[in-house]
Ligand binder design. Structure first.
Ligand SMILES: [Zn+2]
Length: 116
């Protein structure tokens, strides 16, 4: 299989519309169009194309991986987030314990006889 040099097939490619991104490695911020496409060996020594942080000496790679949009509300054109978390996980909280957590009603023992 040839190395696909098609930017649109790379899940870690920068968005079509540039956005301000920050690098987790060097903590620099820059526009996403500055992310560089470079061929470097991966951990297995296989030459691969990477989207790399443009900051000299920084090893940050991959939009949505080491390089993330600065704005957490950012969405790409297809509506997906560059962030890893999925906010749709938050509604599954029907595993409540049946513990009564309301305090018992206060006992009224101020049964004072009113001296008429
Ligand atoms: Zn960097």
């Amino acid at each position: 299989m040839d190395t696909p040099d098609d930017p649109t097939s790379d899940p870690f490619g920068p968005p079509t519309i540039p956005t301000l991104v920050g690098c987790l490695h060097c903590h620099q911020e820059y526009e996403s169009y500055l992310i560089e496409r470079r061929q470097e060996p991966d951990s297995d020594g296989v030459q691969r194309w990477w989207w790399c942080c443009p900051v000299p000496g920084c090893g940050g790679r991959g939009f949505g991986f080491d390089i993330l949009p600065v704005d957490p509300a950012w969405r790409s054109e297809d509506g997906s987030s560059g962030w890893v978390y999925d906010e749709e996980d938050e509604e599954d909280d029907d595993e409540f314990d049946d513990e009564p957590d309301a305090p018992p009603p206060p006992k009224k023992d101020d049964d004072i006889d009113i001296p008429w």
